[in-house]
Design a protein around this ligand. Structure first.
Ligand code: ADP
Ligand SMILES: O=C(O)[C@@H](O)C(=O)COP(=O)(O)O
Length: 429
């Protein structure tokens, strides 16, 4: 079994979708699972934490605990799923968590990693990370509310975070040379380099890296490398390759979208909702900083929509474009503003569930973490993808949640996912 530790909730659903696409029976848990062992046989188990922006020690301890749980449940390989845009704060949790997981399983062997995920437009070349062909630090990620990324050079970012200085790049000439060449380069680094950041421009590059590393106890990266690894495992183990995908339930029932992401794509998706005439309620954290009152106002607004809303879903959002976001952060502080809005959206989600809303679409990774925590969702069945890397999650209690990374999905994703006719959008299941 592959055991995956994801540093946020949308990262967890993204990687779960990538594993499921390759036919792996994938168990998805939000937070540490309560019991042992896994409740049903799985080829992969994903534990989605909310550690991307938490204090370093907390992130390390929670990730260690998740690793130990996965190993006790039978994981033969660990994968640390971080963001394809290498989202991390200045204090940086990717390095410390990787260092700790290496202590758990890697025996000092080099750990191969890459945030490259061509399916999401992320590529690594000469150690630099590109987002849709633009350097990370020049992409909209430079404006992220909690993890603004202002350097594109991955070795510098990782070196600053890890206790093992001097990570190396497996450059594209090596990767393009195929899996034997990659494995040879990896062996040359054994004993003196802990992290090898592998360039990858295409899925074929990721596949070659995965083939070279399929036996390693620890790998790390975004959904791209995890999907490639799943493909290699599925090819080697016929029972995985032949596993019939379980039929995905159809998400239905009253729908509401909750957005806490300020990423460019989410702002575009909000504009599409507005242009389509959907009911939209913006949260104003400058007017009131009390999450209970902000949530109460939003729910009163929702109640006032009456039966119209059962025809097509409404949207409640904290999201703002960069200038307005800066004004809020200047007034309240970035962490406090985030915490107020996350608590508010969590309370709104529980209020909506109590009102019979069964389709909850959430935009934003931190925001999704707050919402699943508030709703007490511990896991669910990974269903059809409404967009690449954005699968519906079906809970035992009958909720259908779509947890969308801020940057993912077509411009009409919020609109289609909350449409009256239940839709799974473009299905990749
Ligand atoms: N108007 C706002 N002012 C300040 N912070 C905000 C605002 N809107 C959202 N946020 C915070 O920004 C963060 C966005 O992160 P996240 O939900 O992970 O989105 P993404 O997936 O785009 O990274 C959340 O913590 C959210 O509460
Ligand atoms: O790798 C990715 O880009 C995503 O899986 C991811 O981690 C998304 O994080 P958010 O943008 O914070 O939702």
């Amino acid at each position: 079994m592959i055991g995956v530790i994801a540093d946020d909730v949308t990262g967890g659903t993204d990687v779960a979708a990538a594993l499921r696409r390759q036919g792996l029976r994938t168990q998805l848990c939000f937070g540490m699972p309560a019991g042992l062992p896994a409740r049903y046989p799985a080829d992969a188990t994903v534990i989605s934490l909310k550690t991307r922006t938490s204090p370093v020690l907390e992130a390390v301890e929670e990730s260690r605990a998740a690793a130990r749980w996965l190993i006790r449940s039978g994981a033969g390989q660990l994968y640390f799923k971080y963001c394809s845009t290498f989202d991390s704060t200045d204090r940086g949790n990717i390095g410390p968590v990787l260092d700790a997981l290496g202590e758990e399983v890697a025996d000092g062997r080099p750990v191969v990693t890459t945030p490259s995920s061509p399916e999401h437009g992320r590529t690594q070349y000469q150690g630099y990370l590109f987002v849709d062909g633009v350097l990370l630090a020049e992409s909209p990620m430079r404006h992220h509310p909690l993890t603004p990324m202002r350097d594109s050079y991955l070795p510098r970012l990782l070196d600053a975070q890890s206790a093992h200085a001097g990570c190396a790049v497996l450059d594209h000439t090596v990767v393009a040379g195929g899996s034997d060449r990659i494995a040879a380069a990896r062996r040359q680094h054994a004993g003196h380099t802990r992290y090898l950041l592998a360039d990858a421009l295409t899925d074929a590059d990721l596949y070659a890296i995965a083939r070279a590393c399929v036996e390693l106890p620890l790998l790390a990266g975004a959904a791209g490398l995890a999907g490639a690894l799943a493909k290699v495992h599925a090819e080697r183990i016929p029972s995985l390759r032949d596993a019939p995908a379980s039929p995905a339930p159809r998400p239905d029932g009253p729908a509401v979208a909750l957005a806490g992401s300020c990423s460019r794509r989410t702002l575009e998706q909000i504009d599409v909702m507005r242009s389509a005439g959907r009911p939209v309620h913006p949260l104003d954290p400058l007017a009131d900083q009390d999450p209970d009152r902000l949530a109460g106002q939003a729910l009163a607004w929702y109640d006032g929509l009456g039966s119209d809303v059962s025809a097509a879903g409404a949207l409640i959002h904290a999201s703002m474009p960069p200038p307005a976001l800066r004004a809020v952060q200047d007034a309240l502080g970035a962490d406090r503003a985030a915490s107020i809005l996350e608590s508010t959206l969590g309370r709104i989600a529980t209020g909506l569930a109590a009102r019979g809303v069964t389709r909850i679409v959430v935009a934003g990774g931190e925001t999704s973490g707050a919402v699943v925590t508030a709703l007490g969702i511990e896991g669910g069945q990974v269903g059809a993808e409404a967009a690449r890397g954005v699968p519906w999650i079906h809970t035992a209690a009958g909720l259908n949640v779509l947890l969308k990374s801020g940057n993912f999905g077509e411009r009409d994703l919020l609109l289609t996912a909350t449409a009256a006719e239940a839709t799974t959008g473009r299905t990749h299941a």
